[in-house]
Design a protein around this ligand. Sequence first.
Ligand SMILES: *Cc1c(COP(=O)(O)O)cnc(C)c1O
Length: 221
Amino acid sequence: MWLNYPNNPTGAVADINYFNEVIEFGKQFDIAVLHDAAYSEVAFDGYKPISIMQAKDAKDIAVEFHSLSKSYNMTGWRIGMAVGNAEIIDALMRVKSNMDSGIPQAIQYAAIEALNGSQDCIIEHNKIYQERRDKIVNVLEKIGLEVNPCYASLFVWVKIPKGYTSGQFAELMLNDLDIVVTPGLGYGEYGEGYIRLSLTLPDDQLDRGLKRISEWTIPSQ
Ligand SMILES: *Cc1c(COP(=O)(O)O)cnc(C)c1O
């Protein structure tokens, strides 16, 4: 079973009770629990995402995957790590070593620098993302949209007005505002009724987009 918290696309976060339950469930039905923790360092308002390995007996059944893509702006460099149940890690290593043969060494050295160096960059990045989140949430709420709380990840998950599908609403924003958002349906049927906005746009572009949104009246369907 694959999980991902802080979550992309919803920005939802998990607490220890939830992880404890998942581990118990996995153990009961002999299901490996694989946790994608790509956003473990991207959090706001003092919130600190937890690891599934903190859950009781997690090592019996779980593996957690980390990536340097988001924490250290190394997206596309293909470097990360997995920790957890020894048997699963052993199987993963056998599969991996038969499929490819490692990451370019320069990237490995860069990752060592990132992990051993000052972690101030994480605080700096999170401050930038948090400011963008605040601006986005503020403008969306002003025009009457309902925004999910967002304590972590790089995304704002927004409920769209009744009468629209997420595809129609994304198309409307593109046509009316020249703004691209992701329709929730693209993430599966339970994403319908929502759109996803990203915090990764440079500030000047974001400000231009938000200005258009703030002057927009959503046509009623
Ligand atoms: C960005 C992201 C990753 C990181 O993937 P890499 O292949 O390490 O770049 C993993 N999971 C989720 C949910 C992500 O959004």
